[in-house]
Design a protein around this ligand. Structure first.
Ligand code: 13P
Ligand code: SF4
Length: 344
């Protein structure tokens, strides 16, 4: 810890009081997360923004799609600032809005009602496209409820961009492998054959998270061999071969609860971003043995450092807030609110 950055941050927090709220995703490093007022998984963070009535400034330590969502849910007069605005999400970049729109137009050209369900790990512009096509968004914490909802709305669902979360959620809902197909999004959607996909209820975008792709079935099997009593919990962005071999899978907050509720003395291997696993290992040291299934770090989450947070707070009144064009925000909020209404 750099004492002067920590002191700067804490002094500004004291001085600004309830007018300043620092939010942080669970994947933020310990030096940043120690200064947050609120932390959570993507769903919890989105929900919490609506309750921050006294806050004038919301400083969001996370990646761009999270800060954008917060900016769209913030009240008039509140500003959302992202300390590292260049921190994007590799998975969200795999589904650019014009391509999502082109693919949806092609899938629906013959009158088929395909409902898009976008993982919250997408740009605001994608959420707006999804809303215009009658769809909604989901997070890892409510993907099953939202996929069930989407399947009931039309005669097919386009789940994007995470094919792994799509497969894992479909597995949890009992959808057979023949009821899903990967969509070919090459050539701006021109390569896909809507007629061949017409009878398939769940269409999956071919995206994934590079951080969670590093977890392999062989790593779970190696743990089982070494320590048959050990528990394995993973994030549902991992490949289905990993999730099906784990004892449990769920959002980052689910993983935290799973470790909290594991018996004293348990060894728990965790398949998610390393900052969270290291923090759990420290928090439970001497009581439970928490280990990474494999050390995998999200380079974008790591862009928010204690130094960057201190500099942001020093400059708070002059810094450029996160903005989303009005027409995009108007439609994207419809998709987000559909989710918040369905998952109260
Ligand atoms: P959670 O919503 O589970 O916190 O996950 C967000 C994320 O980006 C996982 O990679
Ligand atoms: Fe995106 Fe993966 Fe990083 Fe989550 S861990 S923010 S999905 S790149």
């Amino acid at each position: 810890m750099n004492t002067s950055h920590a002191q700067t941050i804490e002094a500004i927090r004291r001085q600004r009081g309830s007018a300043l709220v620092i939010m942080g995703h669970h994947y933020q490093g310990g030096l940043v997360i120690q200064h947050t007022d609120l932390r959570g998984d993507s769903l919890e963070l989105a929900r919490q923004v609506r309750g921050l009535c006294a806050a004038r400034h919301i400083v969001f330590c996370g990646v761009s799609f999270m800060a954008e969502t917060a900016a769209m849910l913030a009240a008039p007069g509140q500003t959302v600032v992202q300390p590292a605005p260049e921190a994007g999400c590799v998975m969200s970049d795999m589904a650019p809005a014009p391509l999502v729109d082109a693919v949806l137009r092609r899938l629906t050209a013959d009158g088929r009602r395909v409902i898009p369900l976008a993982y919250v790990n997408t740009d605001a512009a994608v959420k707006a496209v999804v809303a215009r096509h009658g769809g909604s968004v989901c997070t890892s914490a409510n993907a099953q409820v939202m996929l069930r909802w989407a399947l009931d709305q039309g005669d097919g669902v386009l789940f994007l961009p995470d094919k792994n979360l799509g497969h894992n959620t479909a597995d949890a809902l009992g959808l057979a492998p023949r009821e899903r197909a990967l969509v070919d999004v090459s050539a701006h959607g021109a390569a896909l054959d809507p007629a061949a996909l017409r009878a398939t209820p769940l269409l999956l975008w071919p995206g994934m998270c590079v951080v969670h792709k590093r977890f392999r079935a062989a790593q779970v099997e190696a743990v089982r061999q070494r320590d048959p009593d050990a528990l394995v919990v993973v994030h549902p962005e991992c490949e289905p071969e990993v999730v099906s071999r784990a004892d449990a899978a769920g959002s980052t907050s689910f993983i935290i609860r799973y470790v909290e509720q594991a018996p004293q003395g348990a060894a728990i291997y965790v398949g998610t971003e390393l900052n969270l696993v290291e923090r759990l290992a420290r928090d439970f040291e001497g009581r439970k043995l928490v280990r990474p299934l494999f050390p995998s770090r999200c380079q974008n989450m790591a862009k928010t450092t204690e130094e960057v947070l201190a500099a942001t707070l020093e400059d708070l009144d002059d810094i450029e807030p996160v903005t989303v064009p009005c027409d995009v925000a108007r439609d994207a909020v419809v998709a987000i609110e559909r989710m918040l209404d369905i998952c109260r």
